[in-house]
Design a binder for this molecule. Structure first.
Ligand SMILES: [Zn+2]
Length: 423
């Protein structure tokens, strides 16, 4: 089952995915169809399990994984101070060597084959994260966090931090951006406007533009955060304008959350073709708010989904879909929303092909179509059936159960470029 570039969902109840030696999909066909000679060397029969495109997690924080599930209900700034900054401060090379390989295995076990991640502030620690991703085989976009105020790294003087952070980011881009034929990429990662001066935001955006790296940050997640940003940047029209003035908005910008936006900001994100990583389980966990997703999609904003672990309590994109779907159902009732609601197949698309599109990677991944790289997962829908032996064969119903009755053991394997990942 897969969303396809043409817009609908393709489903074969007894299908086969042909993959060539380079890890590229050559066909998605009926099981009984004649096999292409390039792909008939080894056949793995996974029936009656189901293949889906690998999930694309557009937003999460590697160093935070050990604290996932802690601090529910705190507001963002308190939670960062209490649960996150101490953890990231300790995320040195040794910590990265322990946590990063575990995180990549856990992501694959949850069905994620592409992850967009923040590291901590240390260059050497980022090298270890990239090294672990390279060895594991997952597709990853990673960046060193940049902060020149509200920092957790006291070893660097205030006057040096901007230049040092830019230089280290540049070094990491040179070493890792585009590695393994584009499987690994770099995101220049100023944390958010509370932690970054106007200079850092502007210089980081310039670095991303000059190198072709992504530029990722957080936007309008929490009311206290927004108040703080407007105080720090009194000349800006609104939070989005802080990033606009820095030159950060555009197709390479990945903005996490963006849940409290004015109409002007919504239009600005749509006009600049900036990308939004929607993280509904995190937004519920930290009582941040609820994104008016239907309005954003109507405005034409490019939206994908993210777990935002550790503020998102688990690594499963199916859990994110469930949180998102419940949130949208609640909003419909409260706001009298009349725009059409999203179906389970719409959520599948958001978690896979739309995420790939938001990253500009939809020519490579996001769906199971000939010509794309073979990033896919195998799930067992039988474990989601309330009555064993009475499984449904309708694609929307199958996906509905994967979202609303999903459980960790339904993911049976994850592949990137046709190569199975350790889980
Ligand atoms: Zn985040």
């Amino acid at each position: 089952m897969t969303p396809v570039d043409a817009g609908h969902t393709a489903y074969l109840s007894d299908g086969r995915l042909d993959v060539d030696a380079e890890g590229r999909i050559t066909a998605a066909v009926a099981w009984s169809a004649p096999a292409d000679e390039r792909t008939s060397q080894s056949i793995i029969d996974l029936r009656p399990m189901l293949l889906l495109p690998g999930m694309v997690d557009m937003h999460a924080h590697l160093p935070q994984l050990p604290n996932a599930g802690l601090g529910a209900g705190l507001d963002l700034l308190t939670w960062l101070d209490r649960y996150i900054f101490p953890l990231e401060r300790g995320f040195d090379e040794g910590a990265a060597d322990v946590v990063a390989p575990q995180a990549f295995r856990a992501l694959a076990a949850a069905g994620t084959t592409t992850a967009v991640l923040y590291g901590a502030v240390y260059e050497g620690s980022l090298d270890r994260c990239f090294t672990a991703a390279e060895a594991h085989g997952i597709r990853a976009v990673i960046g060193k966090v940049m902060m020149d105020r509200l920092r957790y790294d006291p070893r660097v003087g205030d006057s040096e931090v901007l230049e040092l952070s830019l230089r280290q980011s540049q070094n990491l881009i040179e070493r890792w951006h585009g590695r393994d034929n584009g499987r690994l990429q770099y995101a220049v990662s100023p944390r958010f406007a509370v932690s970054c001066s106007a200079d850092m935001l502007r210089e980081s955006a310039a670095l991303a533009a000059a190198t072709g790296a992504y530029w990722q940050t957080h936007l309008a997640e929490d009311r206290h955060e927004i108040d703080e940003v407007l105080e720090l940047f009194p000349d800006a029209q609104d939070y989005t304008d802080v990033y606009g003035r820095a030159g950060g908005l555009g197709e390479r910008a990945i903005l996490a959350h963006a849940i409290h936006l004015s109409e002007r900001e919504i239009e600005r994100l749509a006009d600049t073709r900036s990308r939004v990583a929607h993280c509904p389980s995190s937004n519920l966990f930290l009582s941040s708010g609820a994104m008016p997703l239907a309005r954003y999609l109507e405005a034409g904003i490019s939206v994908g989904l993210g777990t935002d672990f550790a503020a998102g309590p688990d690594l499963s994109m199916f859990s994110v879909m469930r949180a998102g779907a419940f949130t949208q159902s609640g909003l419909r009732t409260m706001l009298g929303e009349t725009r059409p609601s999203l179906s389970p197949l719409d959520w599948l698309r958001l978690g896979s092909l739309d995420g790939a599109r938001a990253l500009g990677l939809d020519d490579r991944i996001g769906s199971l179509e000939a010509g794309k790289e073979a990033d896919f997962i195998c799930v067992d829908p039988r474990v989601t059936s309330p009555v064993p032996g009475q499984e449904t064969d309708d694609p929307a119903d199958v996906m509905s159960r994967l979202i609303y009755r999903g459980r960790p053991d339904m993911i049976r394997g994850a592949w990137v470029r046709g190569k199975m990942l350790d889980t």
